[in-house]
Ligand binder design. Structure first.
Ligand SMILES: CN1CCCC[C@@H]1Cn1ccc2ccc(-c3n[nH]c(N)c3C#N)cc21
Length: 238
């Protein structure tokens, strides 16, 4: 998988050199390239924003630098790459969307700032490649970088070979539609708190049954709307 990120804060993504994704980069499983949008400006001040047509507060990101930056990545014709634009106005980012991104050969992320990117950028590239507007959640960030970091981590870890033990991906929250069960490790008693005895029983069947029950109970308490039989409009009971 190749990932290109266009941003005015390229160093924000230096952290991707660490941990699992760092190893995936070193082994060539994931090729991550950052591009400084200001490198595609031509004025002395390296301007990337301007006042909004129609008035209003804030600034809007100019289309010209974006066009030059994205053309430098996908060329000036049709492309099989997927352009992902993080925005509060996008489709919700879920584990299903993470799986869809993980299946892509080439992802291009456009990190906006200010009030966002001139709409014509999305409209222009929608004519030559697939474009998805995706929201990290129902709250407002100052730009797309945090969202892109989360999307890259959530999708990158699903790329075959990135996580050592693929089995560990199966029993995670949201992977099977339910929240994950509680986990414990040594010591068996800590500050008077004991590990649930079934986990010390060595009976794999009972452990599996207990873990499933914990998943359902936790999901019903915290995110009942995720339960397969949840009626429309279900609210958390926690
Ligand atoms: C604050 N400012 C005026 C209101 C509109 C947003 C703008 C800031 N901003 C600029 C580019 C940009 C991209 C993503 C997000 C974003 N916020 N919340 C999410 N779940 C996001 C995603 N994914 C925010 C962004």
């Amino acid at each position: 998988m190749r990932i290109d990120i266009v941003t005015i804060f390229p160093s924000f993504f230096d952290v991707l050199d660490l941990s699992l994704l760092g190893k995936a980069r070193q082994t060539g499983l994931i090729d991550v390239r950052t591009h400084d949008l200001r490198e595609f400006t031509h004025d002395r001040h390296r301007t990337v924003d301007d006042t909004p047509y129609g008035g209003g507060a804030g600034m809007v990101m100019k289309p010209e630098p974006w066009g030059e930056a994205l053309d430098s990545i996908v060329g000036d014709a049709a492309s099989d790459a997927l352009l992902v634009v993080p925005t509060p106005a996008g489709e919700p980012f879920t584990q299903r969307v993470a799986r869809e991104l993980a299946a892509e050969e080439h992802l291009v992320f456009a990190c906006g700032r200010y009030e966002g990117i001139d709409q014509r950028v999305v409209d222009h590239y929608a004519g030559r490649m697939r474009v998805r507007l995706i929201s990290l959640g129902d709250y407002v960030l100052n730009g797309g970088e945090v969202a892109v970091m989360a999307m890259i981590e959530a999708a990158g870890r699903l790329v075959p070979g990135v996580v050592g033990n693929p089995e560990s991906l199966v029993e995670e929250s949201h992977e099977d539609g339910l929240l994950e069960y509680p986990s414990y490790t040594k010591p068996a008693v800590w500050r008077g708190l004991e590990v649930p005895p079934v986990l010390l029983s060595g009976h794999h069947g009972r452990v599996a049954e207990w873990r499933r029950e914990q998943q359902v109970e936790r999901t019903r308490r915290v995110r009942p709307e995720l339960l397969p039989d949840a009626p429309e409009g279900t609210e958390p009971t926690a």
